[in-house]
Design a binder for this molecule. Sequence first.
Ligand SMILES: CC(C)(COP(=O)(O)OP(=O)(O)OC[C@H]1O[C@@H](n2cnc3c(N)ncnc32)[C@H](O)[C@@H]1OP(=O)(O)O)[C@@H](O)C(=O)NCCC(=O)NCCS
Length: 245
Amino acid sequence: MREGVLGRARLYLSWQASSLGRYILEQFLFALVGWVPTVVGIGLRALLYRLILHMDGVAAIESGVRLRFASNIRLGNGVYLDQGVYLHACPNGIEIGEGTFVMHHAELHVYNFRNIPHSGIRIGRNCLISEFNVLRGQGGITIGDNVYTAPLVQMLAVDHVYDDPTRPIIEQGITAKGIVVEDNAWIGAGAIMLDGVRVGKGAVVGAGAVVTDDVPPHTVVAGVPAKVVKRIEGQATSARGVVYF
Ligand SMILES: CC(C)(COP(=O)(O)OP(=O)(O)OC[C@H]1O[C@@H](n2cnc3c(N)ncnc32)[C@H](O)[C@@H]1OP(=O)(O)O)[C@@H](O)C(=O)NCCC(=O)NCCS
């Protein structure tokens, strides 16, 4: 019984941080300053969180941001993590480039407990990862520069194997090829990107699309499954109203 409880505690800890010492340090800092509101809290976290994660320059981290395996997180200068953001960065980690904003309740998980060598999440510079996005990076997710995602986008770089009808699916393993989104792409609200796809440079994914195949650069795709509905060739896009900058 005691062994069982200890075993479960050990398992729990192995999902939270890279070692017991790191767990204690990280949880101590979260308890100390993770809750502090306002710009004062942002300042304290910019100062103290660099003890537990890699921070280039100054990153603004709001109160209530949850970080796991903080030692595998790298934040560029000017990164903004909104309230409720959750980064779980077990092996191979999460990198967020300079000037990128991750908005509230976005969840970025690597969840690699199977030693998948190419797992991880890399986001370039000046991107916006919008509200309630879910990124699962077991197979690796690479996002270029100047990429915007709308609310509720999901990027799922993992699939379950289900070929054997006599065994539970959860015992049949996973595949994880990875997802790439190239520079300047825009992903519409609620779009779902499945494992193995590449969204080309400057491409647009329509709201609600399910992307099952590569998206060529400078095209618009929409629907389920997503198909090319338009090529972006310099035609006027202002027919639907005034354009604001
Ligand atoms: C993809 C999108 C940008 C295309 O806008 P657009 O350039 O004005 O394109 P059009 O409206 O001319 O659509 C072209 C065709 O694709 C279809 N289409 C457009 N968006 C679609 C969508 N999300 N799902 C299914 N079909 C769609 C149109 O019905 C049209 O089909 P038709 O030629 O048979 O009439 C837009 O429809 C969209 O989905 N925007 C995302 C909005 C969003 O997420 N906003 C949050 C901001 S961060």
